[in-house]
Design a binder for this molecule. Structure first.
Ligand code: GTP
Ligand code: MG
Length: 197
């Protein structure tokens, strides 16, 4: 049983050594800096201030673990693609997240959060190709859909779906918004599937 509203922050890790033991089941949330990863986590768990959000890019600078049920976790990851991150910090996270994706047995799936207004930038594409190649299941949320008209949102979805199909036909995508909560049930259902089955 997963009760999203029981989610609690457990710990933040800066290094692989600080990460939780690799024994449970987890779904990680990745995406460009400032795209809305932490906001998505808060809406999915129904707890407003659970993950810290910010107008400033680069807010989440840790691997943050949130426990949903017994040894079931959501993991908020630092964002990529923010130009002002010092090169050393960027290199640290590139290496740490690479090693994480390649070695983490508990990782049942990756939610990739993509801005519906700028679908599939180079770095999104690279990340998705790479984790799909490792064999990690991917589900994409096209977020900030509230900022688009109906027609624009539909065309962003179609375009992204076509690009993803070229990478791996198993990858799924849905519209999402942390403002009007569209796509919330679908996102929760995906997480449930990954954490339970
Ligand atoms: P980093 O941790 O810095 O990588 O950022 P993040 O991806 O966690 O983004 P965060 O959730 O902090 O949100 C960044 C900004 O986007 C904030 O100002 C949010 O209020 C806004 N935002 C997030 N999701 C949505 C959405 O669905 N619609 C709209 N309109 N704004 C959103
Ligand atoms: Mg964040």
């Amino acid at each position: 049983m997963i009760n999203f509203s029981d989610t609690q922050f457990i710990k933040g890790a800066h290094t692989l050594q600080q990460c939780l033991p690799d024994t449970g089941r987890e779904v990680a949330i990745a995406g460009r800096s400032n795209v809305g990863k932490s906001s998505a986590l808060n809406v999915i768990t129904g707890s407003k201030g659970l993950a810290r959000t910010s107008k400033q890019p680069g807010r989440t600078q840790q691997i943050n673990y949130f426990e949903l049920g017994e040894r079931q976790y959501l993991v908020d990851l630092p964002g990529y693609g923010y130009a002002k991150v010092p090169p050393k910090v960027r290199q640290h996270w590139d290496e740490t997240l690479s090693a994480y994706f390649e070695s983490r047995q508990s990782l049942e799936g990756l939610l990739v959060i993509i801005d519906a207004r700028h679908p599939m930038k180079e770095l999104d594409q690279q990340l998705i190709e790479w984790v799909a190649d490792i064999g990690i299941p991917v589900h994409c949320l096209l977020t900030k859909a509230d900022k688009l008209s109906k027609g624009q949102a539909a065309s962003a979805l179609q375009k992204t779906r076509a690009l993803l199909a070229l990478i791996d036909p198993e990858i799924s995508v849905q519209p999402f918004s942390a403002v009007d909560h569209r796509g919330l049930n679908e996102a929760q259902e995906k997480i449930r599937q990954w954490l339970i089955s």
